[in-house]
Design a protein around this ligand. Structure first.
Ligand SMILES: Cc1cc2nc3c(=O)[nH]c(=O)nc-3n(C[C@H](O)[C@H](O)[C@H](O)COP(=O)(O)O)c2cc1C
Length: 317
């Protein structure tokens, strides 16, 4: 179905769809459901714990025999050089075939991963970062537009312009991130030069996502203007749900919570108002909490519907 697609050739998955790596969320239940559905689940490793990596990796392997990948968030891992080395070494020992790197200097892991036979995609939100990653030897890019959820770079550009700018300058396959929740968004990304897409917010609001039901419902309820950017010193910003907490942090009347406090208050206890869960502008396009398989199947069916609709324009010329 996706013959000749370089992303599926690299991931060995049926479909060129990734589930974005997300702290605490992109672990065994979600990753294995995504991979079992034919897309590529990516195991997050941002808390720098070899024990967690080992436990989640084993749980994914036990749940599905379908291919999955791992994400290595460079800046977070390098905060603890010993654990960084232990995690990298252990994963290579597992004969992983596909890894994404993000949040940091792409030269740090690329050569070592590639020497071990691993296919490497690097996530970046800027044209400069894309060119640097290609120069470092990555096999593909994840190009994240500014409408994406989570930590954002103040310099970044939205998906529509960024995909075209990167496509013009590089030859490696591109996976588009930001603003995509279905087959229509996927077809649009392909038109702009992508060969795959990744979705974060859409999978947070899935049945298999481990977060509290209130967080999923807040994504479903969010209007298209339902996210905002908060400062996240020293230089990054982050996009999350526009809650009373987010508005107060943005106007300086409230202290920002540390990451672990958000995990506990929102992900576990479901306190939406006094936190700001990461969410992309895509939240405004999500209408329902759905099982992962339904999300993937509908995305693929919708993609081909859009391709047919566009192809039909030709016969009406
Ligand atoms: C809840 C959540 C947590 C995220 N955490 C991370 C993270 O830990 N590291 C990272 O590189 N990106 C993170 N992201 C961003 C995603 O990798 C991806 O770029 C983004 O979700 C794409 O936009 P979308 O949410 O509209 O699909 C997160 C996104 C969400 C929704």
């Amino acid at each position: 179905m996706f013959e000749g697609n370089r992303v599926t050739a690299h991931t060995r998955s049926r479909y060129p769809i990734f589930q974005s790596p997300m702290t605490w969320i992109a672990r065994a239940p979600l990753v294995s459901a995504v991979s079992a559905a034919g897309a590529t689940g990516l195991l997050e490793n941002s808390i720098r714990s070899l024990a967690v990596t080992q436990r989640e990796f084993a749980a994914i392997r036990a749940a599905t025999n379908q291919p999955f990948g791992v994400n290595l968030p460079i800046r977070y891992l390098q905060m603890d050089a010993r654990e960084e080395e232990a995690i990298l070494d252990w994963l290579l020992g597992q004969k992983i075939h596909f890894a994404t790197t993000s949040a940091g200097d792409p030269t740090r892991y690329t050569r070592r991963l590639k020497d071990a036979g691993v296919v490497v995609y690097h996530a970046t939100a800027t044209l400069r970062g894309a060119i640097k990653a290609v120069d470092a030897g990555v096999d593909g890019l994840i190009v994240e537009g500014a409408e994406s959820a989570g930590i954002r770079n103040p310099e970044e550009v939205h998906t529509f312009a960024l995909l075209q700018a990167v496509r013009e300058k590089v030859d490696v396959p591109i996976v588009a991130a930001g603003g995509i929740v279905d087959g229509r968004g996927m077809a649009a990304a392909f038109a702009l030069g992508a060969e795959g897409v990744t979705m974060g917010t859409r999978f947070v609001a899935s049945v298999e996502s481990p977060v509290h039901a209130n967080y999923k419902q807040a994504i479903v309820d969010a209007p298209i203007t339902g996210t905002t950017l908060m400062d996240n010193p020293p230089r990054a910003r982050s996009r999350g749900l526009k809650t009373p907490y987010a508005i107060a942090v943005a106007d300086g009347s409230r202290e920002r919570l540390p990451r672990d406090a958000v995990l506990d208050r929102l992900y576990v206890q479901g306190d939406v108002e006094n936190t700001s869960g990461a969410a992309g502008e895509s939240a405004g396009l999500i209408r329902e909490i759905k099982p992962v398989k339904q999300i993937v199947d509908e995305t693929i069916a919708g993609f081909w519907r859009e391709i047919d609709r566009l192809a039909a324009l030709r016969s009406s010329r």
